[in-house]
Write a protein that binds this ligand. Sequence first.
Ligand code: AP5
Ligand code: MG
Length: 192
Amino acid sequence: MFNIILFGPPGSGKGTQSEKLIEKYGLKHLSTGDLLRSEIARQTPLGLEAKNLMDKGQLVPDEVVIGMISSALEANPDAKGFLFDGFPRTTAQSEALDKLLKLKQTEIGVLLAMEVSEEELVKRLLNRGLTSGRSDDNNETVIRARIVEYKDKTTVVANYYSQFDKVVTIKGEGTVEEIFSALCSEIEKRLS
Ligand code: AP5
Ligand code: MG
């Protein structure tokens, strides 16, 4: 099994690159943002609680997303590997993920961190907000709050995995194909 964390701030291209990586490497895509939006669409109690926080650009509680990831891991016993997108986002989530993977006798192979300037992130998300229907994309104040939340609570995740020598930084600006090829080359170094 080879498991990847695709890491980066809001708008850095995690979803875009995940689609390509899961196809190339046959991985199961687990995006906590997508899972939460599906709860919102189905108007579940969890979705209604999460929506309040997501609309303000704030993280939802650790236990909520850890529970969702735990169920998703259990629901996919035959996966060749997982690609985590937007998870883990705190140290507590990182520790919980490592424990869950250990129970499956596997671990994170690499954390690929995409770096993009703040102005580019805001530009991309405002642009996507014109068509995405995502309520956290259509307002610059909320977009900037998401970036602050990332800096305050999520950058520590890369520090956590760097103690195990698992972090690789990639330039997240350029064409989608250029970034994809840089990601693949780092993955292949670790697969062989
Ligand atoms: P989540 O859904 O994870 O959103 P995010 O991290 O804010 O990031 P995005 O999905 O907006 O961006 P992305 O990096 O996937 O980029 P994309 O490829 O779409 O989380 C949403 C919310 O859910 C959080 O705020 C939080 O409330 C909650 N949540 C989720 N997970 C959680 C967790 N683990 N713990 C607690 N709370 C959690 O690209 C963005 C745009 O840029 C697109 O329009 C794309 O076409 C464009 N683009 C992509 N690549 C390029 C490129 N190379 N050049 C130009 N444009 C590009
Ligand atoms: Mg995304």
